[in-house]
Write a protein that binds this ligand. Structure first.
Ligand code: TXA
Ligand code: MG
Length: 327
């Protein structure tokens, strides 16, 4: 077996990128930085490598993976781009947008990575080291977030190791991610575009390109999942999560936003403010790290102050609602 004893940290320089590409070519797994969260990378054309991704994450294999590619030209080999998909790719790639389009006849993204679907999810990430890796590797890179299935997504290499040390060959260490929560997933299949997951590209920015507000995301329950990113319970810390809290119970950890202070806040066991200035982009960048940190306080519950749904607030609230969902 090729299961590594310990996971190697690779620097994002020429040597580190060459080593990462060699591991991927040999069918191994390498976590990689993106502007959103770290991905758990494996060769999307190799069913054995993709099976290794599902196993390392303990992810159900009915949930398809995103294929990361170097640029839009590489994406067009794997998927069929209509007018709307083309406009969205032009506007937002490289960047935190994933396009679900019909798979091309010649796609090399294997059935297992697509969970048997006739569509394929494609993304050009905005990270220099990872784009150099994609250029060196030369194949689509399957990459779910590099966390155990259902857990909080990683925004730095140490988070990846906390979940996956010894289960993957290496992590390409690109430091802290910029956006802090996952890409927006939008389906451009038959009919109007549909928003599958809110993320780093806000609804306003999609509307500006599409000329209309895309429908979705559909709320699903745990019994009828479209995929783990869409499961009711996801992004879960060990602590329970309580939302829109205006009164803190003694011993709870407290996650704040802006200047609002809930009643009883002085009794909180630990506290963090996602953005004292009330800036949603700053809050998104800190969200997952803050959940991990408050979890480490040992508090049984994380109480979250209200966060407005505007702009990136939609994606922040989506993640928090899933973190708070019954498990
Ligand atoms: O920012 C991101 O998107 C990160 C970084 C690493 O790129 N990746 C990520 O992957 O969040 P993952 O696997 O955690 O989420 C991918 C989402 C899932 O909700 C999955 O169900 C959906 O995309 N998806 C993938 N292929 C799909 C398809 N063909 N049809 C519908 N949904 C699809
Ligand atoms: Mg994920």
């Amino acid at each position: 077996s090729t299961v590594p004893a310990g996971t190697k940290l690779l620097r994002p320089d020429d040597a580190g990128i060459a080593e990462a590409a060699a591991i991927l070519r040999a069918g191994g797994l390498v976590a990689f930085p993106t502007e959103t969260v770290y991905g758990l990378g494996g060769d999307a054309t190799d069913p054995a490598a993709v099976a290794g991704i599902y196993a390392a994450k303990a992810r159900p294999s009915f949930n398809p993976l995103i294929a990361h590619v170097h640029d839009a030209a590489a994406a067009r080999i794997q998927g069929v781009f209509g007018d709307e998909a083309s406009r969205l790719a032009d506007a937002f790639w490289p960047g935190p947008l994933t396009l679900v389009v019909p798979a091309s006849a010649e796609t090399r993204v294997c059935d297992l990575a697509r969970a048997g679907l006739p569509s394929v999810a494609l993304r050009v990430p905005d990270d220099d080291a990872t784009r150099a890796l994609l250029a060196a590797f030369g194949r689509p890179l399957a990459g779910p977030s590099a966390n155990r299935s259902g857990r909080v997504s990683p925004t730095r290499a140490a988070h990846v190791l906390a979940d996956l040390d010894g289960r993957i060959a290496a992590v390409l260490d690109g430091g802290d991610t910029q956006v802090g929560l996952e890409s927006t997933v939008i389906a451009c299949l038959a009919g109007p575009a549909r928003l599958l997951r809110p993320g780093g590209i806000t609804r306003d920015r999609l509307r500006a390109i599409l000329g209309y507000d895309p429908a979705g995301p559909e709320t699903t329950d745990a019994e009828a999942p479209v995929g783990p990113g869409l499961l009711a319970s996801h992004y879960a810390p060990n602590a329970r999560v309580r939302l829109d809290v205006t009164r803190v119970a003694p011993g709870e950890a407290l996650l704040l936003f802006g200047s609002f202070l809930p009643e009883g806040q002085e009794t909180a066991r630990a506290r963090l403010n996602l953005s004292p200035a009330g800036n949603p982009a700053e809050a998104a960048a800190r969200l997952f790290g803050a959940l991990r940190e408050l979890d480490a306080s040992g508090a049984p519950t994380i109480a979250v102050a209200p966060i407005p749904p505007d702009g990136l607030g939609e994606a922040i609230r989506d993640r928090l609602v899933r973190a708070a969902a019954p498990r």
